[in-house]
Design a protein around this ligand. Sequence first.
Ligand SMILES: Cc1cc2nc3c(=O)[nH]c(=O)nc-3n(C[C@H](O)[C@H](O)[C@H](O)COP(=O)(O)OP(=O)(O)OC[C@H]3O[C@@H](n4cnc5c(N)ncnc54)[C@H](O)[C@@H]3O)c2cc1C
Length: 420
Amino acid sequence: MLEWSEPQQMLRNTVRSFIEAEIAPNLDELEHGDTPPYDVLRKMIKTFGIDVMAKQQFDKQIAKEKAKLAGEQKSDAEKKSPVDDATRQMMKGEEAAMSMIPIIELCRYCPGMVTAMGVSMGLAGGAIMSKGTIAQKEEWALPLLTMEKVGAWAITEPYSGSDAFGSMKATCKRNDDGGYILKGNKTFITNGPYADTIIFICKLDEPGVEAKDRKILSFILDSGMEGLTQSKPFRKMGIHSSPTGELFLDDVKVGPERLLGETEDGSGRSGAKDTFSTERAGVAAMALGIVEKCLELSVKYAKERVQFGQPIGQFQLIQLKLAKMEVARLNLQNLVFRHIETVAQGKKPSLAEASAMKLYAAQSAVDIALEAVQIHGGNGYMAEYQVEQLCRDAKILQIYAGTDEIQITSIARDLLSREG
Ligand SMILES: Cc1cc2nc3c(=O)[nH]c(=O)nc-3n(C[C@H](O)[C@H](O)[C@H](O)COP(=O)(O)OP(=O)(O)OC[C@H]3O[C@@H](n4cnc5c(N)ncnc54)[C@H](O)[C@@H]3O)c2cc1C
């Protein structure tokens, strides 16, 4: 893939028009007011039929899973042929492209909204779709995938961040009634203050099993359950349109139907790791949106701002910054295209590949946003100029979904484990 196709460009233009009409004028209220992002996101999802597409895909997947459970044989017509495979792959690639475009476009204005949407639909909804039972998918995943409800995915704790499993203190204990009792605090949770549905990740507290060997289990919680408290949003450096908060669980009693997958078979660690991979690939699209916008604003400013009798774009030191931005934009676009092609071929990036993508994307977004501020001089430091917000927002990409240092560790571990 070298360029966006014509239909993809058309989608990009309509999404851009929607964002410029509905989000850009309200940016100040979304970023600094008390307006949570969910209603605008729902409007966007409805406008582009994302909810209808999500429901269709959901119905297809559930029908397949039900047929598999019933042991139904595929009819001849349903059996795979090479032609079917090619079409199926093309459609997968098309879906991946169509899901990247709104991320890129939103990030040109509001990376926080992508965070709120990505955590709800991608992480919380995705976790249930990948490890849940059919009943759990129908009850809890579908409303997240259509954004009817807001989801949160909670692994981080006050004393457990990068070492998410090793230092985890949140626990569940088996209850006499066949259910579990959950206890623990989670922090920095995106959508935590407003989430209707929460994926709570914790360790199974079993007598005689050492903390490091305990099973990791995930539970699906509803807002308002007895013993569950959701904090107010934290004040923070950037992505203000993405509410972040704490969760406190004090002996929350749940039935076995809330255990993700309804089994203790130990898939909790791999489930969380799958989630890390998905998150990391999405960051390249976010970085591309930020870098595209920073470059656009910087070129415009470099042509308009006159110092020493000429536009600052005539100074080689400014030209060097613009050229560096263009190189980053091209590299990020290529990473996004590569991701789309990988999906189209029915493959998944390895954790190390996804980490390399995330590391480069996050560092580029921060470098380029800082350069954009520099090109804008004093104006770049003022909230009135959009580069100020994009620069604060970009920084989160180096922290969440695994810090830069953790990405480096993942990549190096993979390289060093290879034979020869
Ligand atoms: C706005 C925001 C939204 C978030 N949303 C969510 C969410 O929805 N759900 C969720 O569960 N979490 C969420 N997080 C948490 C986020 O994933 C963690 O903050 C992140 O993983 C880092 O953990 P930490 O903050 O505890 O830092 P720490 O792990 O304490 O790290 C501190 C520093 O030490 C470095 N470090 C740690 N270990 C190593 C090592 N082995 N080698 C080298 N350096 C190391 C880190 O890179 C970092 O520089 C969010 C965080 C923020 C800020």
